[in-house]
Design a protein around this ligand. Structure first.
Ligand SMILES: [Fe+2]
Length: 388
């Protein structure tokens, strides 16, 4: 699809990417490359409890590691960030190695801020508040989905106020991302599928965003090709290193794409059901994606033809204004094969909660970039009802 003749954009993705089986075991080299000597591991509580991954990273860091903070929970909160930063400061941490999924990575971004700036995390919420580089941060993702290792955003929950705080700042972009397929090997099939669909939504949303641009588009389209081919394989056989590796690359490319182009309606609606009813982020996205594609269909048909091509569909005879419908049907077919739930009612969302979610979604930052402007919560309610 052609771009506006007045197209101008910034593409910013300075994170060093290292890919390969067992590359996480060379993390000490990256700590030294950053001229650091006291690495502080930030990881997920469940990961620390159920796997030996954080301990293995600690072992290979040897005397470069000054401690592990393993209190991160799903939907991490500001109290956890402040607690982690306090420990990191006491131990004299000069860099962070985060090991985990989106929540651990976002928590580490928050800790990186407090370690550098002092005070409390809440003081730095918003966009481009920081004025200097933050504590060096190396990420080792253990899921393939969020792309948080290359995004400049952290979402941290304020449990007291019952809201999510957004930290958007180029200064919190991680320095290094180590994509090691061995680190995602133990991820259960359902989580593999759900996090993979988060990456699919990042790619599609970057493409239909009002802020879409050619570099992000290229990354997003290739991410879709990889997810289409390798997500079913990773779900079917978690030890398939080829599939695990390609999914890490796909999630990373989709992450860099949306970090620049932004996301839209799917994420706005998913954030709201996530905040209100604790629906897993990837699952919420996966369920809402088809209804959102149908909603946007008349605004970005050409883009959805590109998505169909990336999904390997023969587009001959498909009119642009019908492309969104066809993509939606293909996504449903795809997620059914992955064994994912199809309706909001299947994941604990009550019908009477949809109205409140609609109002919440309208104030979500992501809605601003949706190709079809939305100002009326009733419009959103209709989309939710279709996905219910
Ligand atoms: Fe997402």
């Amino acid at each position: 699809m052609p771009y506006d003749t007045n197209l101008n954009f910034i593409f910013w993705s300075p994170t060093k990417i290292i890919f390969g089986k067992n590359t996480a075991l060379d993390v000490a080299i990256e700590v030294e490359n950053l001229k650091c000597k006291k690495a502080f591991i930030v990881t997920d509580r469940e990961l620390a409890k159920n796997t030996d991954i954080p301990e293995r990273i600690k072992k290979v860091l040897s005397n470069l590691c000054i401690g592990i903070f393993s209190e991160v929970e799903p939907d991490s909160g500001i109290h956890i960030v402040n607690q982690g930063a306090k420990l990191g400061k006491e131990l004299g941490a000069d860099c962070i190695v985060s090991v985990g999924g989106g929540s651990a990575i976002d928590t580490a971004k928050g800790i990186a801020i407090v370690l550098k700036e002092g005070g409390k995390l809440q003081d730095y919420a918003g966009f481009q508040v920081l004025t200097r580089p933050q504590t060096p941060h190396i990420v080792i993702p253990t899921t393939a989905g969020t792309g948080s290792e290359v995004t400049y955003v952290a979402v941290i929950k304020d449990h007291e106020e019952g809201r999510k705080l957004l930290f958007g700042d180029y200064n919190i972009l991680p320095n290094v991302a180590i994509l090691d397929p061995k680190m995602t090997e133990g991820l259960p099939p359902r989580l593999t599928a759900a996090t993979g669909m988060d990456a699919m939504c990042h790619a599609i949303e970057a493409l239909h965003s009002l802020q879409r641009e050619p570099i992000a588009d290229g990354m997003a389209l290739h991410a879709i090709r990889l997810i289409k081919e390798f997500l079913p394989k990773a779900v079917e056989n978690g030890t398939d290193m080829m599939a695990r590796g390609q999914m890490l690359i796909a999630a990373n490319m989709a992450g860099a794409a949306f970090s620049n182009a932004q996301v839209g309606i799917v994420h706005a609606l998913a954030h709201s059901v996530g905040a209100r009813f604790k629906v897993h982020h990837g699952l919420a996205n996966s369920i809402l994606l088809p209804a959102c594609l149908r909603y946007n269909a008349d605004a970005c048909g050409e883009v959805y033809l590109d998505v169909l091509l990336a999904l390997g569909v023969n587009i001959e005879g498909i009119q642009p204004d019908k492309a969104g419908e066809v993509v939606a049907d293909k996504i449903i077919e795809f997620t059914k094969k992955l064994g994912l739930p199809q309706r909001l009612r299947d994941v604990g969302v009550p019908e009477e909660g949809l109205k409140e979610c609609s109002e919440l979604a309208l104030s979500d930052g992501a809605i601003v970039y949706n190709p079809k402007p939305i100002f009326d919560p009733d419009e959103i309610l209709k989309v939710y009802q279709k996905a219910f």
